[in-house]
Design a protein around this ligand. Sequence first.
Ligand code: ADP
Ligand code: GN1
Ligand code: MG
Length: 371
Amino acid sequence: MKTKEELLDILAHFELPEKVVDAEPFGNGHINDTLRVTNEKGEVKYVLQRINHLIFTNVDMLQNNVQRVTSHIRKKLEARGEADIDRKVLTFFPAKDGKPYYFDGENYWRVSLFIPRSVSYEEVTPELSYEAGRAFGDFQAMLADLPEGALGETIPNFHNMEFRLQQFREAVADDKAGRVGEVKDLIDEIGRRAEAMCIQERLYRDGKLKKRTNHCDTKVNNILFDAEEKKVLCVIDLDTVMPGFVLSDIGDFIRTAGNTGAEDDRDLERVGVNLPIFEAYTRGYMETAKAFLTDEEIRLLPYGGRLLTYMQTVRFLTDYLNGDTYYKIQYPEHNLVRTRAQFKLLQSLEEHAAEMDAFMKPWLATSSAFL
Ligand code: ADP
Ligand code: GN1
Ligand code: MG
């Protein structure tokens, strides 16, 4: 990690309204490095992020997307006559050369306005889950009129299950870290579900499902809530906003907030689906998203929870087999612990699939059999 002087030198390349004196690590994302930046009075004013350009290889596309998304949302909020807009959408500051990032010869950096009196959670109550559902539905609704081609795919095939399975099969075949032997049980479990988990890609090929602009990383900690009121302020972490399948944005929330344990819980007894969180999120989400969803998509929403949990099981195990090259890890077998915890959550979601699927009935116009 950089020294304080190096970080201040990086910050000096940005056009910032206030003088800054310190930057310290913040948040617990798996990909980028996030720091909060303070002014002379010790107040947190900005967020400095080092972009992981090994993962986001096209930083220009990434920052163009983010710019496009934030300006589109800002216009929508202005049109609605909302107050306090700087706390409801992210604001990024350009570098002194006019670019939306600064490249120091090795790393790419960006700076956004720190949203004051905000808080993110790793766990939420049903009340907050309902608010989160409304917020992510509204987020998709606000972006629904972005013209096709407005956003690039910052990570191609990001939530394409067929592609993730192909990467997984390659990792098994290559066995780069010599770990295949110890995870045979998981490899079998993944293989057994592979076909059932690629419904979206098949429906898309058959012209029965369209792509929409999705957030694609709706982890519970990617929403900022007001620190005083139980309201959502802002959807953050916009790197993966891109055209995709609609189930992603219910799926990742159920996977993270709808888990009674942690994403990397070693104690599998703690891991399982939290049904009140799923139900509250769904109720909130349907309030803001119903207008643009098809019956087919509504029917599949609970499947989205299973799919994104399965996808994450596959992605963590792929990284473990490849020798931990993608996700940040805190200890050597971290990706395996994550895989087992995600798989336990998947089993729990499967056990409750019938009741979760049935929960969608009130919103369906037709009552044809579930897929
Ligand atoms: P990562 O890609 O590492 O997940 P995020 O953009 O999600 O990075 O930021 C990590 C954490 O930092 C968030 O969960 C949130 O708590 C906090 N955070 C990020 N941006 C802001 C902001 N503009 N204002 C306030 N807090 C923020
Ligand atoms: C990563 O950056 P973060 O922690 O919000 C990952 C997500 C995974 C998640 C698993 C670009 O998200 O896709 O679901 O970890 N982001 C990327 O916790 O791969
Ligand atoms: Mg994040």
